[in-house]
Design a protein around this ligand. Structure first.
Ligand code: ADP
Ligand code: MG
Length: 424
């Protein structure tokens, strides 16, 4: 039986109050990356100029935006384990079956046994390869079998935290585990109430977790299972101090898991500082971009840019599409423009309330709309199946950002299309 304050009720409570209590205090991608203010009223030539203190935009040679998708005739991964081989609680196995997962993905196959042994694990794998379940399945087993254990999962964006919460809920259904979702844009009061119920799982973004630490509402020393998801992204977003602050307060007798799509020296440093003889599993094969067919679209002045976009969107192969643009204002403006042209579109950026952001994603998932215009806030972690196109209406700030943006398509064995708009 599930308790009233288990995953589902907890996350619902969170979202019901978001509208009235939106307080965008915490930095996240949309806000940090919106460094340019649009100039000029048209979509043609007007080049944005950096605001004070902005990081310079990296020059990316146009040739890097062009690449045919590699037809993946790679031998399919044959897992060593079946889910039933994992020594996890019966309920979890039932829930896995209910989700329709037949066999573990490579990262799941190789990390779940290590996590079940209590080891610290660093998991490096391409996007869309099932990293969430790789930590959620053994974590839930650990919580069911150790009543004194509590887990905290830290993720870079609100959407991703919510998505992880949903995934944990689906694996932990019927296990009576209470949870709390600590994200910006939601009521602190309701989150404090959720925390008073002593949740066994806390999922949150660094900024809001820090707020709770400062208010004394999150007794981190009682948490002995830590997951950092999308570590590379969190560091990109400047969360390093928040993360070290959080990790240094969690119980020293703990198990720590780190998941990332890339491994770089600064990530290695963080892991070294906060883990205990970790085992690193990397299932990275080629790069994410291999499954995405990439090309550029050249535009000239006037309304040509918008017209070219229009042409792409009405071409027959365009299904679900995410269009990335640079600033909150330009995203709003483009969304309005496309809407006026009759496209079914919504927008996500850092000035939208969390309820609006969740709703926009939900509308895309349920086919109510097929175009989402977004700032980089949506570039990472978001898993919407069947996105056919990623369109960079403005060029990304770095090649890394580019890879994250186009990683929204070509997921889970499919191929996708990425188009980057460049001035002629
Ligand atoms: P990542 O975190 O690596 O980007 P996700 O955890 O978001 O990937 O998973 C991507 C998608 O694959 C999700 O829709 C998830 O439900 C699905 N998925 C994960 N593991 C499996 C599996 N073993 N079998 C089938 N689908 C899976
Ligand atoms: Mg993930």
């Amino acid at each position: 039986m599930q308790s009233r304050n288990s995953y589902q009720s907890s996350s619902r409570r969170g979202s019901s109050d978001e509208r009235s209590s939106y307080a965008p205090r915490q930095p996240y991608a949309g806000q940090r990356r919106d460094r340019y203010s649009p100039q000029g009223s048209g979509y043609g030539g007007g080049r944005p100029s950096p605001r004070g203190g902005a990081r310079a935009k990296q020059f990316i040679h146009p040739s890097r935006f062009i690449q045919a998708a590699t037809v993946t005739e790679k031998a399919e991964y044959v897992p060593v384990h079946s889910f039933a081989d994992f020594d996890v609680h019966r309920k979890i196995l039932d829930n896995i079956a209910l989700k329709g997962f037949e066999k573990p993905s490579a990262i799941q196959d190789q990390t779940i046994p290590l996590v079940l042994q209590g080891k610290d694990v660093v998991g490096i794998a391409n996007t869309g390869t099932g990293k969430t379940a790789a930590f959620a399945i053994p974590m839930i087993h650990d919580l069911i079998t150790h009543m004194d254990h509590r887990a905290i999962i830290i993720a870079p964006t609100r959407e991703l935290a919510q998505q992880i919460m949903d995934e944990c809920f689906s694996f932990g259904k019927g296990c009576g585990l209470r949870s709390a979702l600590l994200i910006g844009g939601s009521s602190m009061g309701l989150q404090r109430r959720d925390l008073r119920y002593n949740p066994r799982v806390v999922i949150g973004t660094p900024g809001r977790i820090k707020d709770h630490i400062q208010q004394g509402t999150l007794p981190l020393s009682l948490f002995n299972f830590v997951v950092l998801d999308e570590v590379d992204r969190m560091l990109d977003m400047g969360f390093i101090n928040d993360i070290t602050g959080i990790l240094s307060r969690v119980s020293p007798q703990r198990q720590s898991l780190f998941f990332s799509a890339t491994m770089e020296p600064r990530i290695a440093n963080l892991i070294k500082q906060f883990s205990n003889e970790p085992t690193t599993v990397s299932t990275k094969e080629g790069s994410t971009v291999d499954s995405v067919s990439q090309d550029v679209v050249y535009y000239s002045g006037g309304n040509d840019k918008l017209d070219k976009l229009h042409d792409v969107l009405i071409a027959g192969d365009c299904g679900k599409t995410i269009i990335f643009d640079e600033t909150k204002r330009s995203v709003e403006r483009l969304g309005r423009e496309l809407s006026a042209r009759g496209f079914k579109v919504d927008e996500i950026h850092g000035d939208k309330s969390q309820a609006q952001r969740s709703r926009a994603l939900q509308r895309l998932k349920s086919d109510e709309i097929n175009i989402l215009v977004a700032t980089d806030v949506a570039a990472r972690g978001i898993d919407v199946s069947d996105i056919t196109h990623v369109i960079n209406f403005s060029t990304p700030n770095s090649y890394d950002d580019y890879v994250h943006r186009i990683g929204r398509t070509g997921r889970a064995g499919k191929t996708g299309i990425a188009l980057t708009f460049l001035p002629r």
